[in-house]
Design a binder for this molecule. Structure first.
Ligand code: DGY
Length: 321
């Protein structure tokens, strides 16, 4: 008998085909929205594997309902939506999808950086709204990217990929990370600094660290006050790492120049969020890894992880081994 699995969202056809070859699949596909919690709690009781997205809170209450669950496969590299401790206690493997989204997420991070610095969205609205009367010396002027200093907070795979892009723009690159990475420093000609120095010296601060208890509100009022008035903050990691209220104030009071945000404390972010009222903020709806190719790769890798664990194979992508 094939193992029973529950898939929380409609996936690409080839991924569904692969899952169905190996598993007895039930899928939440009534609408392209997160599965209701009560449905998840019901379904988890009878399944061997759960294929989920970062939109599902797989917390203790959910995990405790599982009777024979062996694996939770998250279609994301981040897994802060899952209570790892509870899963581990129950002997449930949790897997993620690192590697395949690295370059695409670095592309989006750099795009946000460029969009804010050169006011692309602002300029687009300006033109469409009929405000373009003439070429003018200081019209829609932004910040230079080439030759500027980039500060990367969290030097994982995506941080490294971002540094490579920045090299092409002749940027000076600083980083701050839990552990120092001497080999990467040498290979990419980047410099380790303490967080405070990074914030003081960078023209662009990019957040690429995972969301944990330690990184929650890592960038708060005090940290923002250290940044240059001309500096731009980019967050394409997880929302809770930046205190949004403090960020709003810093932007409003022109303590920093602009921000690019792909992630928010609450997702989807409320249209009432004061951040959305500011012209010096470019926002995107958590699309860091959203290229067609990468989303196919992520979907497939998450399926392979799930099938691998159910077949008793060891996987490189178990995060709680
Ligand atoms: C992840 O994988 O964690 C991203 O946030 C979505 O690709």
């Amino acid at each position: 008998m094939k193992p029973k699995i529950f898939v929380t969202r409609k996936l690409p056809e080839e991924t569904m085909k692969l899952l169905k070859e190996h598993c007895d699949v039930k899928i939440w596909e009534q609408e392209d929205l997160p599965v209701p919690r009560e449905v998840l709690i019901e379904e988890i009781q009878e399944i061997d594997g759960l294929y989920c997205l970062l939109t599902e809170a797989i917390d203790k209450e959910v995990i405790d309902r599982a009777k024979k669950l062996k694996v939770i496969s998250n279609m994301a590299v981040g897994y802060n939506n899952i209570d790892i401790e509870s899963a581990t206690k129950q002997g449930i493997a949790v897997t993620n999808t690192p590697g395949v989204l690295t370059e695409t997420t670095a592309d989006l991070t750099f795009s946000l950086l460029m969009s804010v610095a050169r006011r692309i969205v602002d300029a687009d609205c300006f033109l469409r709204n009929g405000n373009w009367k003439t070429w003018s010396p200081m019209l829609l002027t932004g910040q230079d990217i080439h030759g500027a200093t980039l500060g990367i907070i969290g030097l994982g795979r995506i941080g490294e990929a971002l540094a490579k892009r920045a090299q092409g723009f002749n940027m000076k690159i600083l980083y701050h990370n839990r552990t120092r990475k001497y080999a990467v420093e040498e290979r990419l000609n980047i410099h380790y600094v303490e967080l405070e120095a990074l914030l003081r010296e960078s023209d662009f601060v990019c957040i690429l660290t995972p969301y944990t208890e330690e990184t929650k509100n890592l960038i708060d009022e005090e940290e923002l006050s250290l940044m240059k008035e001309s500096a731009i903050l980019i967050n394409s990691s997880r929302g809770g790492i930046v205190n949004e209220e403090a960020l709003y104030k810093a932007l409003l009071d022109q303590k920093i120049w602009g921000a690019g945000l792909d992630v928010f404390e609450e997702e989807p972010v409320s249209l009432e969020s004061p951040l959305l009222s500011l012209p010096n903020v470019v926002v995107t709806p958590h699309i860091g890894s959203a290229s067609i190719q990468t989303r196919h790769l992520m979907a497939q890798l998450a399926a392979e992880n799930l099938i691998g664990v159910l077949n008793g194979k060891s996987s490189n992508h178990i995060v709680n081994e």
